[in-house]
Design a protein around this ligand. Structure first.
Ligand SMILES: Nc1nc2c(ncn2[C@@H]2O[C@H](COP(=O)(O)OP(=O)(O)OP(=O)(O)O)[C@@H](O)[C@H]2O)c(=O)[nH]1
Ligand SMILES: [K+]
Ligand SMILES: [Mg+2]
Length: 416
């Protein structure tokens, strides 16, 4: 909910339906051609919402909402009082920007409105009830409205917080663990993906004994790639420790790259790895998550020609030859899809919380909203909202006491 109704910007962008009687608006009728408008800030509730218009009526929309002042200088942010173009009623004090075409993102005339919203308006409703509850002018259902807005805010914050880990992965890198039986070509794959000789490669099974980490750019995503010891039983104490560490690393993986030797799928170590690592990853864990895993059948160059898939019964898999590089492009494409899901794709998904500070304040805000719901007394409920607002203000810098009083007088016509 914004203090400037969205529909008003829409109406202004379409041009006036009936003549405005306000004096000195200076607004000229829009030129022909359609003007579009959209909320261009992120999804969900926010302290400031940005509404953008593009098209010939943008200048008209901006002029009529900021009348009697004229258009701000091009491409400079200006603070303006926004008013309902017809009634002249003040709506919000907002930052506005004017981008005359063709020097704009779209090439057309564009305008931006940075308007207030969010917690100050939820909180103002409750405070109005406390301070002016006896007032006949106070609208019915104010508290019910506040309750439902708190509920919406809770849902939106919960969604953002669940995204937090994805944001952290995007910043610090997803943990991608390469695992498989001895000699499957795990180290060869790590070297291929990191484009440098990170791990020793040899024909001797049990070459890699410890976890070897290397930061890499995997299909455009930052990742921490770990090479691990081949998983097998009946070995000496040093290799056993390597296997223990490999298993531990597998538990922490955001994505497992499971490597098998395509020419050796029937061996006990391959079967054992399929049973112990690959099959369980397909099953849902008690918390409803699935371990992400890409199954790679390496050494495809050793397969007899004309036998494209050595094992159609296996779970979905990719064929690869680290020796020839065949299948690498398909693997990178599969990695890109998996990592976009793990890290979140910043170009398409909701805004990601990449900072621990953001996460902390959003969690505290969510806790305070929980206290609001439990509060038996309306003053305690308002105090909980004040705390919630304080945490959000750390992120947005808005929603002060004056702003709240402003909304009380504006929305509820009290004291008049
Ligand atoms: N033909 C063929 N040989 C490969 C391929 N990839 C790896 N190799 C060979 O397979 C052997 C084992 O490779 P590594 O990369 O050391 O295998 P690993 O899984 O790391 O082995 P451990 O660390 O001992 O568990 C080496 O001789 C590699 O040259 C491939 O695609 N084709
Ligand atoms: K080896
Ligand atoms: Mg190795």
């Amino acid at each position: 909910m914004w203090r400037v109704p969205w529909t008003l910007v829409a109406r202004a962008a379409r041009g006036p339906r009936r003549p405005c009687t306000r004096q000195g608006s200076g607004s000229s009728a829009p030129r022909s051609g359609s003007t579009i408008f959209a909320l261009s800030s992120g999804q969900g509730r926010c302290g400031i919402a940005v509404i953008r218009t593009s098209g010939p009526a943008s200048g008209h929309a901006l002029r009529s909402l900021t009348a009697p002042r004229d258009l701000p200088p091009a491409r400079s942010a200006c603070l303006r009082l926004l008013r309902d173009p017809c009634s002249g009623e003040p709506l919000d004090r907002a930052l506005v920007l004017w981008f005359p075409g063709p020097q704009s993102f779209t090439g057309e005339d564009c305008a931006e409105f940075h308007v207030h919203g969010g917690p100050a308006v939820a909180l103002a409703h409750v405070e109005a009830y406390i301070d002016f509850g006896e007032d006949d002018n106070l609208e019915e259902g104010v508290l019910e409205r506040a309750d439902s807005q708190v509920q919406e805010l809770e849902v939106a914050l919960g969604t953002h917080l669940r995204d937090a880990r994805r944001g952290q992965r995007l910043r610090s890198g997803a943990h991608v663990v390469v695992a498989g039986p001895p000699n499957a070509g795990k180290s060869s794959l790590v070297n291929l993906l990191s484009r440098k000789p990170v791990s020793i490669v040899s024909s001797e099974p049990g070459t890699t004994r410890d976890v070897l980490e290397t930061p890499v750019d995997l299909a455009g995503f930052p990742a921490l790639l770990s090479d691990t010891a081949g998983l097998r039983e009946g070995i000496g104490p040093v290799e056993q420790e390597g296997v223990r560490r490999a298993r531990k690393r597998l538990e922490q993986a955001d994505l497992i790259l499971a490597v098998l030797d395509a020419s050796d799928l029937a061996s006990p170590s391959s079967c054992n790895f399929l049973d112990m690592v690959v099959s369980p990853a397909g099953a849902e864990s008690p918390n409803g998550n699935r371990q992400r895993l890409l199954l790679v059948l390496n050494k495809s160059d050793l397969l007899p020609p004309g036998d494209p898939d050595p094992s159609p019964d296996l779970p979905p898999h990719l064929l690869l030859s680290c020796l020839t590089g065949e299948g690498l492009d398909s693997l990178l494409e599969a990695l890109r899809k998996e990592l976009a899901a793990v890290c979140g794709d910043p170009s398409t998904g909701p805004p990601l919380l990449t900072r621990a500070r953001h996460q902390h304040h959003l969690q505290c805000c969510l806790d305070a909203l929980g206290h609001y719901k439990q509060a038996k007394d309306v003053s305690l409920a308002a105090e909980a909202l004040r705390v919630a607002r304080g945490h959000l203000a750390h992120l947005t810098g808005g929603g002060g006491t004056e702003e709240i009083l402003d909304i009380i007088f504006q929305d509820f016509c009290v004291g008049k």
